[in-house]
Design a protein around this ligand. Structure first.
Ligand SMILES: [Zn+2]
Length: 232
């Protein structure tokens, strides 16, 4: 048994509060440490545990109480393998980095990014790899406020290869083009449509979802506050 594994078990047996990842600061009074595992042990998680950890991680981020920032130590812990608990499909927007806004560091989440967080066959293949061949239990599709891709779709501003990408967002645009919340509503509709598309197109994901082996949820990130709201 590796020394680090022995230490982890010893700490758990002694009843200490071991947090998710590396704890670098004293625990905040809020429940920031949802998943009682460390990097590399996430196969212990259920989809509910994974969701709880993402919510706790975003709370740590918003409160500026990050615990997963010792990247050198995380490299050591993950160099022989990875067991990410979740897959996050989100936008390429530079203000929406999932590893940071969920305080997950290295080795805890798969991240798929494309403008407007739409799915395609390559995204589906990547998700299937994650849930079928690794430990991932939770799929998250996350849109965000002030999304340039969604704004482009609403304004039909595409050109070149961008046009076909924005066309994929088109069905999410509400009929009332004068709605002041049209961007936010389109983002959230698009997340719902993308989740439905994932379940319709991927037999692997659909079956694992129906058998409650994995869960899939939508989320909305507010770039002005740093807060992630999970939809439903
Ligand atoms: Zn965006």
């Amino acid at each position: 048994m590796k020394k680090i594994q022995f230490l982890i078990i010893a700490i758990i047996c002694l009843g200490f509060d071991i947090s998710y990842g590396q704890q670098q600061s004293k625990p905040h009074k809020t429940d920031h440490n949802a998943a009682m595992v460390v990097n590399g042990n996430s196969s212990l998680l259920t989809s509910a545990d994974a969701l709880k950890e993402l919510k706790a991680g975003n709370l740590r981020f918003v409160d500026n109480h990050l615990i997963n920032t010792n990247y050198k130590e995380q490299i050591e812990q993950t160099k022989s393998g990875q067991k990410p608990h979740s897959v996050i499909l989100t936008c390429m927007d530079s203000r929406v980095p999932p590893e940071i806004i969920f305080d997950q560091g290295i080795g805890n989440i798969f991240v798929l990014r494309v403008a407007g967080n739409v799915e395609d066959d390559n995204m589906l293949g990547s998700m299937e790899y994650a849930v079928e061949h690794t430990s991932s239990k939770l799929l998250v599709v996350m849109g965000h406020s002030h999304c340039g891709a969604v704004t482009g779709a609403v304004q039909h501003a595409g050109s070149g290869m961008l046009t076909q990408l924005l066309d994929q967002i088109d069905p999410a645009i509400p009929n009332d083009h004068n709605d002041p919340d049209i961007i936010e509503k389109t983002v959230k509709n698009s997340v719902d449509i993308t989740i439905a598309d994932i379940l319709a197109k991927s037999k692997v994901i659909r079956e694992m979802f129906d058998e409650h082996k994995i869960a899939i949820v939508g989320a909305y990130y507010d770039i002005e506050t740093g807060v992630v709201t999970f939809m439903k």
